[in-house]
Write a protein that binds this ligand. Structure first.
Ligand code: PEP
Length: 252
């Protein structure tokens, strides 16, 4: 079964407004006309509208928010609702990035609520999971990720789950320059697909795009994306440079 190939950039808290528009424009201008890769730009919230405007004639490039609140609206000073990010052009929301989990104490329980509100509004969650180094050293990485998926996603019905994109991002590989080897990525992606199959059946599992994240660069993207169960990447640092990001998109 053919799965959607996806390359998503996560700009994190980088680039001011002008720089963000410049980067989005540079990517859009050089995008191959006939690509079957879904490209997503995960911009800071303040850039979403302007970047979505830049991309309005590029149907294969979408915009993602990097987070949203689990409540529909209300007294949550400084937060953003799904309705807000959708109203300025986001069609994806990155949820459960390890930086959100670590610095903002986002639990699987809260993430499950965020997944629900994002799906209710018709946006697509990019659900991040991944283990810290000490867990991998103890060879408990598969069990660790299983718990994140069970608690964050497996309350969904099959129909809802089939809209989810998963990003496996081993924490020890994020922003460190250390990439998981293609074999390590494939091992985990295969395990994740197996878990999905057990929960929702083979049809849903074979349709779910599972992205790898963690120091993806032009030099390693081709090998990583060449793995059977790796359907693309969530890219941090290398998504901030148009030539690098475009090269990664071209790696399929
Ligand atoms: C990320 O932020 O999701 C990420 C994978 O970052 P980097 O590519 O810089 O490791």
């Amino acid at each position: 079964m053919k799965r959607k190939k996806i390359v998503a950039g996560n700009w994190k808290m980088n680039l001011n407004y002008k720089e963000g528009i410049k980067l989005a424009t540079a990517i859009a201008k050089k995008m191959p006309a006939q690509s079957d890769v879904q490209v997503i730009l995960g911009t800071p919230a303040i850039h979403l509208k302007a970047v979505a405007d830049v991309l309005q004639h590029f149907s294969q490039i979408a915009v993602a928010a990097q987070n949203c609140h689990q409540a529909e609206k209300g007294a949550y000073t400084g937060e953003l609702s799904v309705d807000m990010v959708q109203s300025v052009g986001a069609s994806y929301v990155i949820l459960g990035h390890s930086e959100r989990r670590a610095y903002f104490k986002e639990s699987n329980e809260v993430l499950a609520q965020k997944v629900d509100v994002v799906l209710e509004k018709g946006l697509t969650p990019i659900f991040c999971c991944g283990e810290p180094l000490e867990i991998r050293k103890k060879k408990k990485h598969v069990k660790f990720v299983k718990k994140q998926l069970q608690e964050g996603l497996f309350h969904l019905k099959a129909k809802e789950f089939s809209k989810i994109v998963i990003a496996y991002e081993p924490i020890w590989a994020i922003g460190t320059g250390v990439t998981a080897s293609p074999e390590q990525a494939q091992e985990m992606h295969k395990s994740i697909r197996k878990l999905i199959a057990k929960q929702y059946g083979d049809k849903v599992a074979n349709k779910t795009s599972i992205l790898y994240g963690g120091s993806v660069k032009p030099a390693n993207a081709k090998e990583l994306f060449g793995q059977k169960d790796v359907d693309g990447g969530l890219v941090g640092g290398a998504s901030l440079k148009a030539p690098d990001f475009l090269q990664i998109i071209g790696s399929f």
